[in-house]
Design a protein around this ligand. Structure first.
Ligand SMILES: *Cc1c(COP(=O)(O)O)cnc(C)c1O
Length: 370
């Protein structure tokens, strides 16, 4: 118990108390779970947990058996939704080693999210150490092939108090979930529904940070998309209901006949690490990439005139999903004949090859855990 620190990469970091599970999942049972894990239903044996109190700061860092938290029914998170999260993956290389992709960017974004939600920042070294310790402990849970171990760091307000104010106590934890390839046999184009009834984020709101509340508020719109036979919802801006922002949990890109790309500018959208990486990779390949507003009317006109060649969504979970069809109350239009386009597929391969260590990491994006 108590607080102890270690020097990690030159910065002060909490020392994690490693408490392996007494009865880990038997090899055969784990192997069976890794065959076809889907997304987010199978979990590894352990979790990393760090506690915060206003008096002690961050303390009691452990890697322990995954299990339920004890929360008082008046815990702040259950009432006022003071919660943030991250998502990143550990990838198994062909040489048996393990890569993380840009964990420093997740750590930085987690700080930004904490700041917006009046939560204490988790030092970036602590965030990365928690992720790495969990991956070390549960490395057997990383699927081989094109699967990966999805890591979910999150923080909740745990103080028992019904007053409306920032909590004085928090739990930061990381859990891990083996996931298969998001798409079996390559990414199938998704159909998206343009929400006219709901918006995701307004200027001054929480659209640019990864908080659970954004997702809670998107579910009704997502349900509307499903009701209309679509896979995903795409949100327009809150002020004019014209500018394309993003999907519920993925950023969007447009590819034009002159080879240029465009993507909505930062502000009310979530600053995706996949989005940022795609901008870098596309520019490196010589393409012009604009971060500029794009209206739904223009999207339709460009798709119909042939000026727009492709559109795709991107994020850590699915990497890149081509958008095949856009539907709304005013009718629908197809993109690239409803099939995956070469730019989306090329960028996807470039990114995935870096993540799995099959292509040179010229950007310093990879952190080897092993
Ligand atoms: C997490 C997330 C993304 C994608 O971010 P990545 O860092 O690329 O995984 C995009 N939009 C929203 C709303 C998100 O929550």
């Amino acid at each position: 118990m108590g607080v102890s620190f270690d020097k990690i990469d030159g910065s002060l970091c909490l020392k994690f108390d490693i408490q392996p599970k007494a009865d880990p999942t038997p090899d055969q049972e784990r192997a069976a779970k890794l065959v076809s894990p889907g997304f987010g239903r199978v979990f590894s044996d352990h979790m990393a947990v760090v506690r915060y109190s206003a008096e002690q700061g961050w303390h009691n860092a452990t890697v322990e058996a995954r299990g339920a938290f004890q929360l008082d029914p008046a815990a702040a998170v259950l009432h006022y939704a003071q919660e943030i999260f991250e998502g990143l993956k550990a990838y198994k290389r062909d040489d048996g080693g393990v890569n993380l992709f840009r964990p420093d960017a997740n750590a930085k974004r987690f700080r930004d999210s904490a700041d917006r939600m009046a939560m204490p920042p988790v030092p970036e070294a602590v965030f990365i150490e928690a992720v790495e310790q969990l991956v070390r402990m549960d490395r057997e849970w990383i699927p081989s092939g094109d699967g990966s171990l999805y890591l979910r760091p999150f923080m909740i307000a745990s103080e028992t108090f019904l007053g409306v104010k920032p909590s004085h106590e928090y739990i930061f934890a990381v859990i891990a979930s083996p996931v298969g390839s998001y798409f079996k046999g390559g990414p199938a184009p998704v159909s998206i529904w343009v929400s006219r009834n709901y918006t995701r984020a307004a200027v001054g709101g929480t659209g640019a940070v990864k908080c659970g509340g954004n997702y809670a508020a998107s579910l009704r719109a997502q349900a509307e998309a499903i009701d209309h036979g679509c896979d995903q919802v795409v949100f327009l801006d809150a002020r004019e209901h014209r500018y394309v922002e993003e999907l519920g949990g993925m950023n969007v890109f447009f590819v034009f006949e002159d080879g240029s790309l465009s993507t909505p500018p930062l502000g009310t959208i979530l600053p995706g690490i996949t989005r940022n990486s795609i901008i870098a990779l596309a520019r490196e390949s010589g393409a012009i990439v604009r971060e500029e507003p794009y209206t739904i009317e223009q999207w339709r006109a460009d798709a119909e005139s042939g000026k727009l060649k492709e559109a795709f969504a991107c994020g850590t979970a699915a990497v890149i999903s081509p958008i095949g069809k856009v539907c709304s109350a005013n009718g629908e239009f197809a993109i690239n004949g409803g099939v995956a386009g070469p730019v989306a597929m090329g960028l996807r391969k470039k990114l995935v090859d870096i993540q799995y260590g099959r292509a040179a990491d010229t950007h310093g994006w990879i952190k080897k855990v092993f």
